[in-house]
Ligand binder design. Structure first.
Ligand code: ZN
Length: 391
């Protein structure tokens, strides 16, 4: 179990609604406790059933999501059972008889009453309090997990603002034999990537087809008069296509990332700044950047799953330097081949991928190894690094 936290950004009215939800959760907790005190032999399930009774009785309790009501009752049960345990253990001093709480600072939802946006940047609270959409600040880590893995969401009030805690179940750890291979990946506009072994992974044909269609639909939208019915229809078509393409792209990213991680012990890639990417207006470029950053997220995710090393390296001079001798060999964007005085002749992207791998290796604390152009063999490396890689 892992707890990821993000700060919530919203409007003052939304914060007031969170406060109301927190107050209600506290009310449910205290009412459950009261019920236990007043009735002998009440157990966990009776308390849970009591939540529904409260919802019928009080309108404000009804507004709180049913799983949040249950979570509050569970909280009250946990303080009751702690008391029972202390009694059984015959603790000599205080047994900790459960108390009513005057102030609460959190409300917990289980798997309903909330929704994360596709990009995991917004949390939408959908229960009767209608808190609505809140921006998540610092939620990057959320991208590594599937929605199903998030078992609970807790809204917490702190002195400096409101936070959301995501309780993530992470049991995906798969053992896999070391592949004795390391690689660097160079992103391209023409190819999806080129690796340090010189292998090229192309963009799948169905994606290229979808992207062409996307361009066409985009043109149709801009051709229609603003505010016209036809434009609305065109926008709808474009939006649907966007969704389809983004699903296809994700599918491809997941499969490719899984494959790369499984067949290498170390994966180095360029640390491209997403902010710079968004600024780029060229469609082809922005599409390639978007798929790349999604792919990278999945490589990092699978790196954790399979216990492999993933390194992001600064993207400087990776295409200009010679991967064999380190000399700067200037080339324009149209120069597709790297040819150095030292005799190293390589495809431009292959050379870059080798450079990326070299920087990646130096970043994991190893700088001595020199290797020739072409095949890269992990056997050349120190035993110490191999240990690190297969961890
Ligand atoms: Zn050279």
């Amino acid at each position: 179990m892992l707890v990821l936290e993000a700060k919530l950004n919203g409007k003052t009215e939304q914060y007031a609604l969170i406060d109301e939800a927190i107050r209600t959760a506290l009310f449910v907790r205290n009412s459950a406790l009261r019920y236990w005190m007043d009735n002998k032999g009440v157990d966990k399930y009776d308390l849970s059933a009591q939540c529904a009774v409260l919802a019928k009785e009080f309108d404000f309790a009804k507004r709180l999501n049913s799983t949040a009501r249950q979570a509050s009752a569970e909280r009250s049960w946990s303080s009751i059972s702690r008391f029972y345990d202390n009694c059984k253990k015959k603790v000599s001093s205080k047994k900790g008889f459960p108390k009513f709480k005057k102030r609460g600072n959190s409300v917990e939802y289980k798997q309903s009453g909330w929704k994360l946006s596709e990009d995991r940047k917004y949390l939408n609270l959908t229960d009767g309090f209608k808190i609505g959409r809140l921006k998540l600040v610092g939620s990057r880590d959320l991208n590594f997990y599937q929605i199903e893995q998030i078992k609970r969401v807790k809204l917490v009030r702190r002195a400096d603002g409101y936070y959301a805690q995501f309780c993530v179940v992470v049991d995906r750890r798969e053992a896999i034999a070391p592949s004795l291979r390391a690689t660097g990946l160079d992103v391209g506009l023409n190819h999806f990537y080129t690796d340090a072994q010189g292998e090229v992974v192309e963009n799948p044909r169905y994606l290229r087809k979808s992207e062409r269609k996307l361009k066409k639909l985009q043109r149709q939208v801009s051709k229609c008069k603003k505010g016209s019915a036809n434009r609305k229809k065109a926008i709808k078509r474009l939006a649907r296509k966007h969704l389809q393409v983004s699903r296809q792209r994700k599918d491809f990213a997941v499969k490719t990332a899984r494959c790369v991680v499984r067949s290498n012990d170390l994966i180095a890639y360029e640390d491209l700044q997403v902010r710079n990417m968004v600024k780029n207006h060229k469609l082809a470029k922005s599409i390639s950047d978007a798929s790349w950053s999604m792919f990278r997220d999945w490589v990092e995710y699978f790196g954790k799953v399979y216990g492999k090393v993933t390194v992001a390296v600064p993207p400087h001079y990776t295409s200009q330097n010679c991967s064999s001798c380190g000399t700067l060999v200037k080339k324009t964007l149209s120069t597709r081949t790297h040819a150095c005085k030292c005799g190293c002749v390589l495809d431009r992207d292959h050379n870059a991928a080798l450079n990326i791998l070299a920087i990646g290796l130096s970043r994991v604390g190893h700088t001595q190894t020199q290797y020739a152009c072409g095949e890269f063999d992990l056997c050349q490396l120190d035993a110490s690094l191999v240990g690190k890689l297969s961890r």
